[in-house]
Design a protein around this ligand. Structure first.
Ligand code: ADP
Ligand code: MG
Length: 315
């Protein structure tokens, strides 16, 4: 039973901690406190969090670019510290920063990368990859002639040459134009549809909402939420209506079960409800029929950004 449980996970992180040493008299930075995370095999997983939350630290640990202080990282039952090579071959990481040799062509760059991963010449599918990334025409052009968007696509290509089971992308759409963003989205969806587990970090909430089945929110090195996207969104289907009324003494108002009322000073009240369960006009009709004289009203609707603020506010 333990065994099958493990196999269900594309990625498993246990008690992961990272402390960066403080240089030049600076205090050490605890970038990851005690992180526990399980990402299901084949899923599309979003890792969100404000700047400095620790997203890149986590990803760079997975990529082998940063050495963890303590903890366990596994892909299925392949432990990063025990099955070093196998772990490396199971994962493809698209880092946040682009860094290329200006004298290589995209073809050469991908071919070298494939070699680093030990992919046999006969098994390399460089041209196919270049085509899928829309870089076919630039196969043999020097890197310096590539636009920013093309470089970013090539970076994704470099993470994919060895056909990894798990692909992790660190803010792939940060600062890219809409056209490229949509192309990247399609490409990530395509990979996921073919069975690749995708872990995407972003600070665009709407991006995570559009793509990810599950979302984890990281703040100051700690996980503050990890939910199915739909559950997280259900939390934010909250709607608040603020009312100023003119009745001098307000009698008790009956509301549908799922709405909650808060009486404020100066003849104001606010009512919170789930917009999937209660319709605003029905609520207002009900209030009026109970004799509430509404002078003024305003509504607030929460979105994922609100949940995010709500969750990160008290940390
Ligand atoms: P995110 O990607 O979510 O913005 P990072 O993982 O880059 O967060 O950073 C997490 C914390 O670790 C921040 O406080 C950052 O300043 C610190 N940090 C990141 N890299 C280093 C480093 N190489 N040395 C020291 N501190 C670092
Ligand atoms: Mg980062």
């Amino acid at each position: 039973m333990m065994k099958t449980d493990l196999i269900e996970f594309g990625l498993e992180v246990k008690n992961l901690k990272k402390v960066y040493k403080g240089y030049d008299g600076n205090a050490p930075v605890v970038a990851l406190r005690n992180l526990n995370l399980q990402v299901k095999k084949g899923s599309f997983f979003g890792l969100l969090g404000p700047n400095g939350a620790g997203k890149s630290t986590l990803i760079n640990i997975l990529a082998g670019l940063v050495i963890k202080t303590s903890g366990i990282v596994k892909i299925r039952d392949i432990d990063q510290d025990i099955n070093v090579r196998e772990f490396k071959r199971s994962i493809g990481v698209v880092p946040q920063e682009t860094n290329f040799d200006p004298f290589l062509t995209p073809y050469e760059s991908l071919d070298i990368q494939a070699g680093l991963y030990g992919v046999r010449k006969s098994e390399r599918k460089i041209n196919q990859l270049l085509r899928r990334l829309g870089l076919e025409a630039k196969s043999n052009a020097y890197m310096r002639s590539l636009s920013g968007g093309m470089r970013r696509r090539l970076l994704i290509g470099k993470a994919l040459v060895h056909a990894p089971k798990v692909v992790i992308l660190d803010e792939p759409t940060a600062g890219v134009d809409i056209e490229l963003r949509e192309m990247l989205w399609d490409y990530m969806k395509h990979l996921n549809a073919n069975g690749t587990t995708i872990i995407l970090t972003t600070h665009y909430l709407e991006e995570a909402e559009a793509l990810c089945e599950k979302i984890a929110i990281l703040n100051k090195g700690e996980l503050i939420a990890c939910n199915d996207t739909s559950d997280l969104l259900a939390r934010v289907n909250l709607k608040v209506i603020n009312i100023k009324y003119s009745n001098s003494n307000l009698k008790k108002i009956n509301l549908p079960d799922k709405a909650s009322i808060k009486e404020n000073k100066n003849q104001r009240l606010s009512i919170s409800y789930n917009r999937n369960e209660i319709k605003t006009d029905q609520l207002l009709d009900s209030l009026r029929s109970q004799g509430l004289a509404i002078m003024d009203l305003s509504t607030e609707e929460a979105d994922l950004a609100d949940v995010f603020r709500l969750l990160t506010k008290n940390n």
